[in-house]
Design a protein around this ligand. Structure first.
Ligand code: GRF
Length: 189
């Protein structure tokens, strides 16, 4: 049995998609979802999905070993950031080398770094008249969006795409590929 812990800050549609993808897989256990946002929609989704969810604040994350201690109790094989907006502190990266992965809604190294999240990314892709965008699934290191790339998938951007339609295309790629890449990393497929 492989244990997955997810981190999310927002809506959690990727979390829900991953949970549903693995719900009939006896080799995967979703141990918990951890969130830094008390009112994040992902916490409601977890309740409906009957998945453990925990909230932590900035102090717990950056000034104590509290989140590290909680993570250790889950013995995670993989820690998955699915729309998690805070930078991961070094104590967590050191404790789980090559076990933390993130999804970014663009083709890194383009449109990465601080402030490049959510619609900011899709608006920048639109403003620069890109002809393609996509997703990047990568390992997490101490810098935003700079760890080794595991998988990138592209989609085309046409002249009449809006940031909203680009976001929809990117989300579709996320839903299709993120669970599959997680399964490959954990060797359960
Ligand atoms: C996704 O686009 C993901 O790539 C990014 O944050 C977004 C999260 O969306 N890191 P959701 O909360 O899963 O709906």
């Amino acid at each position: 049995m492989k244990n997955i812990v997810l981190f999310a800050s927002g809506s959690g549609s990727n979390v829900e998609n991953i949970v549903r993808y693995f719900q009939d897989n006896s080799k995967i256990n979703i141990s918990a979802v951890l969130s830094n946002k008390k009112d994040a929609k992902v916490l409601d989704r977890c309740n409906n999905l009957k998945i453990n969810a925990l909230y932590f604040n900035r102090n717990a994350f950056y000034a104590t070993e509290c989140v590290l201690d909680i993570l250790k109790t889950f013995n995670p094989d993989l820690i998955v950031l699915a729309g998690f907006l805070w930078k991961i502190p070094e104590n967590l990266i050191a404790a789980f080398p090559d076990k933390i992965v993130n999804i970014h809604p663009a083709l890194l190294p383009k449109y990465g770094g601080k402030g490049m999240y959510g619609n900011n990314v899709h608006e920048a892709v639109r403003a620069n008249n890109e002809t393609e965008t996509g997703i990047t699934i990568h390992y997490v290191n101490e810098n935003y969006d700079e760890g080794a790339v595991i998988r990138q998938v592209k989609t085309s951007v046409s002249a009449d795409d809006t940031p909203e339609s680009i976001a929809r295309k990117v989300h579709e790629l996320e839903y299709e590929y993120f669970p599959k890449v997680i399964a490959q990393l954990l060797e359960v497929e």
